[in-house]
Design a protein around this ligand. Structure first.
Ligand code: ZN
Length: 179
C-alpha cells in the first residue's frame, strides 16, 4: 500500500543538497518510494514531486501533469517516474510561466524555462527512455530536475516583482479560465 509522505519545506537543508544517483532501480525501497511519491503528489494537487522533497536525497522524480485545483489548465498525462534523468538539449527559446512548489507553500512566481527540452531517464522498470517535452511538461521537468541539484524555483526568477501569493494566483487563474 502506498503511503503519503510528509513534504519538507524550504529551510530544510536536504532541499539544498545535490542528490545521489539511484544505483538499483529494482530495489524494493526505490519501488516503494515511487509509489509513495505518486500517492503524495496526487493528494497534494501537485503536478510533480522530487525525492529530495520527502527527504530522500536521490535522483528520482515524478512528473504527473493533470488539471487540479492548484493547476486548472495543466495537460493530462500518465504519472511517470523519471530516474537518473538528464537534459540532453534545450531550445533557445525561453518562456516565463507560473510555478509553485509543494516545499514553498503560499507563493507563486513567474519563472523563465526552456520552451522545449530533449531528455533521457530510466523508467521504473529500468528502461532508458528518450523523450522531448514542450511547454508546461517541459517546465515541470526542469523544476523537478532542479530539486535534484538543490535548486528551487525562487533561485531562477528574474525579479522579485514576479512573486505573488497563492491567493492572488488563484484569482488570476480563475479570471483567465473565464476568457
Ligand atoms: Zn518544487
Amino acid at each position: 500500500m502506498a503511503e503519503l509522505l510528509p513534504v519538507i519545506q524550504l529551510g530544510n537543508p536536504t532541499l539544498r543538497r545535490k542528490a545521489s544517483f539511484v544505483e538499483d532501480i529494482h530495489n524494493e525501497r526505490i519501488q516503494k518510494l515511487i509509489d509513495d511519491l505518486m500517492a503524495t503528489v496526487a493528494q497534494a494537487n501537485g503536478v510533480g514531486i522530487a525525492a529530495p522533497q520527502v527527504a530522500e536525497s536521490e535522483r528520482l522524480f515524478i512528473v504527473a501533469s493533470r488539471p487540479n485545483p492548484r493547476y486548472p489548465n495543466a495537460p493530462e498525462m500518465e504519472p511517470t517516474a523519471m530516474i537518473n534523468p538528464k537534459i540532453l538539449a534545450n531550445s533557445t527559446e525561453v518562456v516565463k510561466g507560473w510555478e509553485g512548489c509543494l516545499s514553498i507553500p503560499g507563493i507563486r512566481s513567474l519563472v523563465p524555462r526552456y520552451q522545449a527540452i530533449e531528455v533521457e531517464y530510466f523508467d521504473r522498470n529500468g528502461k532508458l527512455q528518450k523523450q522531448e517535452f514542450t511547454d508546461f511538461v517541459a517546465r515541470i521537468f526542469q523544476h523537478e530536475y532542479d530539486h535534484l541539484d538543490g535548486i528551487v524555483f525562487l533561485d531562477r526568477i528574474e525579479s522579485s516583482l514576479d512573486i505573488i501569493t497563492e491567493q492572488e494566483y488563484q484569482k488570476l487563474v480563475v479570471n483567465n479560465s473565464k476568457e
